[in-house]
Each structure stands twice: as C-alpha cells, then as structure tokens.
Design a binder for this molecule. Sequence first.
Ligand code: TYC
Length: 160
Amino acid sequence: MALPNMAVNLIFYLLWEMSAVRWKSAGENRMIAKPQILRIAARRAAARVGDDGADGGDSRDTGTVTERRTKTRAKTAKPPMYKVILLNDDYTPMEFVVEVLKAVFHRPHAEATRIMLHVHQNGMGVAGVYPFEVAETKVRTVEDLARQAEYPLKCVMEKE
Ligand code: TYC
C-alpha cells in the first residue's frame, strides 16, 4: 500500500525527532542515529528522481552528512556574443561584398547574396555572431581586404 507523501514525511519527521533525542542522550550512539535517518530519507528522495541511491553517498557512520546532490551546475558561463555588422556604402561592388561574406563569414553563395542585398537595401546587416575576439578578427579582416582593394566597405561589432 502506498502511503501518501505527507504521511511518509510525518513519519520521517517523528523518526528524526526521536533520533535527535537519542542523539542528545546517547553519547557515542549519536554517530549512528542521525545519519541513519538521513540515509533513508535521501534514498527515498533519490528514488523519486530516478536515482537508486546506491552511489554518491558514504555509508559509513561518521556523523557527517555525505549524500551528494544530484543536481549538476554549469561550471562555465556562456561567453557574451557579438554581432558583426556590415555597413552599406555607394562604392563597394556587390560582388566584392558577396565574396567577403563567403570567405570571411563562411556563407554559402545564396546566403551571401541575400545578406549583401539586405545591407544594400537597409543600410546595415548582420554577417555573423561570434565571441568577442573572433568578432574583432572578422572586423579587421573585412577592413583589411577592403583597404587592399581600395573600397570603403565598413564593418562594426555590437554586443548581442
Ligand atoms: N551599395 C553597394 C552598391 O550598390 C553594394 C554594397 C552592399 C556595399 C553591401 C556595401 O556592405 C555593403 N555597389
């Protein structure tokens, strides 16, 4: 018969109280009483989240709570991302912009053409989104290529 959770919690609470009393009066016995209750409760909690409770815990009666939490926390935060934005001008040839989008931003031809036309019609457009240092390098590469070809193509970056 499955007991309702509240009843089970109440039983654990009473067992806990009893063990705490024993703990106060039992001297050496305290090493046994408290962790025993904790282990049973932890095993039940683990069963509820699909863990068998067999691992991750120390079964020795050390008086220390050693059951590990099963939640994992991400250790590294995602790096902030930066949009690399192409700016329109009246002089850079469309073909040159398409080639830049293919070579520097690894866009397939059709997508490069679409982005170039978007910039041409709207004044600016996103060529790609990257971590800070990658975005910085892309901006410099575009401007180096433009300078070498003597076109005024400009490119900026903006935090997402
Ligand atoms: N407007 C340019 C032209 O008509 C083409 C162009 C597109 C230039 C995108 C820059 O980022 C740019 N030749």
